[in-house]
Design a protein around this ligand. Structure first.
Ligand SMILES: NC(=O)c1ccc[n+]([C@@H]2O[C@H](COP(=O)([O-])OP(=O)(O)OC[C@H]3O[C@@H](n4cnc5c(N)ncnc54)[C@H](O)[C@@H]3O)[C@@H](O)[C@H]2O)c1
Length: 336
């Protein structure tokens, strides 16, 4: 992110009232830290759902500079109150456990779809001028025939989590068009980096590889390891979210947030092992549930967000992995 853009974005948030739902989670807490740095008054809403990424330690450096509201996004009374007076609302609260959603689809429907509607209704009634940003997933595309995948790629989500994210994104668009509730929706690729949960491998595969490398374990690379992904460092992702929020032309749009340069899972494993200075890797067969959800190669066409918002990733995979390893080595007790 160039210095000029940085300054402009910084000024936009200075003194602004901002709500981050899912603010104690991985992306939300990194976003909150930058918002505080930019001088925003930040409220974090999070229900700390077990198994997801909420962790109070994520906001340890900004603990005294934010307000934490332990509410559920589905709680109309609480959300109706909390949206009032906010200039920007970043909606990141969500159930994103792809494996769990195979066994229990109701969480996805309830949290991801109903939760978004509760938020949008609250804005319609109590804060129709707020600017909203919703973070969906590249999983909404499913398997794609043409790479890199642009926003008009045919949509064939492979699981309930991905479908709930797509539905939510469409609902944001309906409120944008029909009720004038301004929102930009982003499709995030696989994000990795500091402050993600490290307890299990049901989501966040890149971080899981990094944990195994740090622990000197053998990373299980599914299949032949050649499947491609545009792994994106969380600080680049946060810049994309903030820059999109500051860009008038982004509202009403769907924008990919990823990278048009891809790496294989095997490359990722090797980089994690090299940077950690420990660990090993081996091939392993896909589990049945992973095989059912695996869309194959994916990397994003980011020309739309480059053109409209002026964002592009700046952190090479090796550098992001190095930063991530440093963070978890320093704070292992809080995440293992
Ligand atoms: N991390 C990624 O690679 C990635 C990729 C694509 C999309 N996304 C989307 O970005 C958003 C944030 O993801 P993340 O990686 O930070 O996940 P995360 O699990 O670390 O954070 C989500 C947070 O939302 C909270 N939450 C869940 N349900 C809630 C509810 N009902 N009420 C209030 N809070 C609730 C959780 O407690 C958690 O702290 C999610 O919507 C996710 O689907 C993430």
């Amino acid at each position: 992110m160039g210095e000029d853009v940085n300054e402009e974005v910084k000024k936009t948030f200075e003194g602004k009232e901002v709500l981050v739902t899912g603010g104690l989670g991985f992306v939300g807490s990194n976003l909150a830290a930058k918002l505080v740095d930019y001088g925003a008054h930040v409220v974090l809403l999070d229900a700390m759902i077990p198994g997801l990424g909420g962790n109070l330690f994520n906001i340890e450096p900004i603990r005294d500079q934010v307000v934490v509201n332990f509410s559920d996004i589905r709680d109309e009374h609480s959300v109706n109150y909390i949206v009032r007076g906010k200039d920007f609302i970043f909606h990141l609260a969500g159930q994103n456990d792809h494996v769990l959603s195979l066994a229990d689809p109701f969480q996805d429907i309830d949290i991801n779809i109903k939760g978004s509607v509760v938020l949008l209704e609250a804005c319609r009634k109590f804060n129709p001028t707020a600017r909203l940003v919703y973070t969906g997933t590249r999983g909404e595309y499913g398997s794609v025939a043409k790479l890199p995948a642009s926003e008009d790629t045919p949509i064939n989500p492979k699981g309930l989590y991905e479908l709930s994210s797509l539905t939510s994104q469409k609902i944001f668009k309906i409120y944008h068009d029909n009720h004038g509730i301004h929102s930009a929706t982003l499709r995030l690729t696989n994000i990795y980096g500091e402050r993600a949960q490290m307890h299990h491998s049901r989501f966040g595969v890149a971080n899981w590889f990094i944990r195994q490398a740090i622990d000197g374990e053998t990373i299980k690379v599914f299949g032949n390891g050649q499947i491609l992904r545009d792994f994106l460092y969380v600080q680049d992702c946060v810049d994309a979210i903030l820059m999109a929020a500051c860009c008038e032309e982004a509202y009403g749009e769907v924008l990919n947030v990823g990278d048009d340069k891809a790496s294989s899972f095997l490359e990722l494993a090797k980089i994690a092992i090299e940077e950690a200075g420990s660990g090993n890797w081996e091939f392993a067969p896909f589990t049945q549930e992973r095989a059912a959800q695996e869309p194959g190669d994916f990397y994003s066409d980011i020309s739309k967000i480059q053109r409209i918002v002026g964002w592009e990733p700046t952190t090479p995979l090796r550098e992001g992995v190095k930063q991530t390893i440093d963070y978890y080595r320093r704070n292992k007790a809080e995440y293992w």
